[in-house]
Design a binder for this molecule. Sequence first.
Ligand code: NAP
Ligand code: MG
Length: 483
Amino acid sequence: METPVNFDYAPAPESRAIVTIKPTYGHFIAGKFVAGRKHFPTINPATEEVLSQIALAGKAEVDSAIAAARKAYITTWSKLSGKERGKYLFRIARIMQERAREFAVLETLDNGKPIRESRDVDVPLAAAHFFYHAGWADKLEFAGLGTSTKPHGVAGQIIPWNFPLLMLSWKVAPALATGNTVVLKPAESTSLTALLFAEVCQQAELPAGVVNIVTGDGSTGALIVNHPGIDKIAFTGSTEVGKIIARAVAPTHKSVTLELGGKAANIIFDDAAIDEAIEGIVNGVFFNQGHVCCAGSRLLLQENIVDEVLEKLKVRMAKIRVGDPMDKNTDLGAINSKEQLLKIQDLSRVGESEGGARWSAPCDFPKKGFWFAPTIFTGVTQAHRIAREEIFGPVLSVLTFRTPQEAMDKANNTPFGLSAGIWSEKGSRILWASQQLRAGVIWVNTFNKFDPTSPFGGYKESGWGREGGRHGLSAYLKGVGHE
Ligand code: NAP
Ligand code: MG
């Protein structure tokens, strides 16, 4: 009898020896780490191990961080030439590259995302954002935004947990390049890479107070938003909190940009290259456990290819390796928190009760930690909650269409408008569809591709303003951004 061939992968764990996690962290204010008064734990969501105690900033810490940022703005940062600011940004970018492995391991431990993604996507892109904006710092008058642009002053920046270091770089790099100083608050469950970034600022000898990092929860974020010493708010997170922030800043002098939620349509026309589209569907919704604001979470399939696509998709999904995020072979890591897992489970139950047919890839989960199998729902209509609300997890809702116009109508039938995907081999159809879709980013025959030169942001409830590219610079300059 022939011995069956075993195609299982041997474990290939990344070592965590490269990082030193302190038992407790303070805030980074005026170039120094300042001890916190209250603390909360941050855990590794793949093991539930407590990694460290993070400080919770209250009014006193937020006041002193904003005062430090104001002082640095007045006394040093606004006095430096663009060329000098650029040198600091280049230095930060290079140090991030040098310490890339440390950042990747720490991000994976704190967030639960696969090391393959933190190592190959998050960290290189974060460094690229600093390199890109370093290049702009002394060329702002050539950005087409006027010849005498001025920074706002002190920027308050609040970021979510899904791409902790990358979202920090989207915020800090353009703010510094344009001459603003910053007070940034990372998300409660993922502060560690922001605190390592604070060490990078020290190593780069960035003048004290140009970057301040206060850790904490939503109440810390609200203190920043409502502080009179802030000139510009940059927020990435949920539409719900985005609305609270919009209301809070409306009667003030503060400028604001909001990067919020999404429910992107990934549209597969019958002339698409199906095998490539399958990879695009998988990358669109299972990348980063589906914790992606621009995830292709609504699959729109042309009716005559539904059976073929679903059959191939299920075969492909069954090959997604779910498990230890520190294993270099892992495709899908841990859900970032118990709360997020409960949200995904709840909405999936709603999907079933509303009549969607659920299929999940077979997986063996580790004993501890928060896990959810790659899942698709078929038989979904536009009225179903799983077709309307952001699930922010590895769950795909499948809808169908007959004509290209029907695909456009369904794709646009959402309060969001962050991204969309088009799969077709026909140029005229691609150009026509790109013009119909009300979404800030449209990918064609690919999905979830990011680049610092390309502006990112949404229509409708997906947000205000753009981050990245020339457009992103305008958000940090007076009179040219989204006021
Ligand atoms: P969230 O609850 O809105 O939190 C985002 C950030 O805001 C966190 O740092 C949070 O602190 C803080 N926060 C909470 N309440 C606040 C308040 N009242 N005032 C000021 N700050 C407050 O969102 P999330 O659940 O962490 O992140 C997921 C959401 O972000 C999804 O909806 C996703 O689509 C969106 N997102 C959008 C983009 C984009 O670029 N458009 C990118 C990534 C994620 P705590 O964490 O401590 O609560
Ligand atoms: Mg954590």
